[in-house]
Design a protein around this ligand. Structure first.
Ligand SMILES: Cc1cn([C@H]2C[C@H](O)[C@@H](COP(=O)(O)OP(=O)(O)O[C@H]3O[C@H](C)C(=O)[C@H](O)[C@H]3O)O2)c(=O)[nH]c1=O
Length: 187
């Protein structure tokens, strides 16, 4: 099995370590394979790939898309290092408004699977970070929503005090006013 899957504190969120094949030329790794992922329960088909480059201290997030365009994401940081954050925004979830973080980096090659009912964001720790991620639904501006990065009700311990944000992200609402119809469906 070329992947090692590990469920995190939110059991729906999965950390994936690809198997790296190194030789005198360099390295090779599979970064997604439907048959292995679906065996582990990640059965979503991905329909869009995204790629962003950000400078140090840039914070992108917290974002999600509303149903029926809610996006599952498979996130990788292949250049640099990011502090990646996932927030449970299901109002009926026992872990509602809680958050987890993981370092994704060029060094650790880790990937994060985030199901559609979580908000996602990251802040860049290295000089630059390049992030690619697969999405299980296409981008839909009409369904695109966000939550303010420093919402006191979530209280994320970001490792960057004054992050660089888009104008749009500066004006995101707090979680309590964030529109979503996600429901908690225990595994
Ligand atoms: C997300 C997206 C954006 N765009 C356009 C819309 C804007 O004109 C421009 C920048 O978009 P935005 O500022 O929303 O990009 P990010 O802040 O990197 O958004 C992403 O940041 C966090 C980390 C996420 O998890 C989401 O995948 C996504 O929301 O690209 C598109 O054309 N297609 C897309 O799929």
């Amino acid at each position: 099995m070329p992947f090692n899957f590990k469920r995190l504190y939110f059991p729906e969120v999965v950390l994936i370590e690809p198997k790296i094949f190194e030789d005198n030329r360099g390295f090779f790794m599979e970064i997604y394979k439907y048959s292995d992922f679906s065996k582990f329960g990640i059965r979503e088909s991905f329909v869009q790939d995204n790629y962003s480059k950000s400078a140090k201290d840039v914070l992108r997030g917290l974002h999600y898309q509303k149903n029926p365009m809610a996006q599952g994401k498979l996130v990788r940081c292949f250049k640099g290092e990011i502090f990646d954050v996932v927030v449970d925004i299901r109002k009926d979830s026992p872990t509602y408004s809680q958050w987890i973080s993981i370092i994704l980096s060029e060094e650790n090659n880790l990937m994060l699977y985030i199901p559609p009912v979580f908000a996602h964001g990251f802040v860049v720790l290295s000089d630059y970070a390049e992030v690619v991620y697969k999405c299980s639904k296409e981008y839909s501006p009409d369904h695109e929503k966000g939550i303010i990065w420093n919402d006191p009700d979530i209280n994320i311990k970001w490792p960057v005090e004054n992050p660089i944000l888009s104008e749009k992200d500066k004006k995101r609402p707090p979680l309590k006013f964030a529109e979503n119809n996600f429901r908690y469906l225990p595994k």
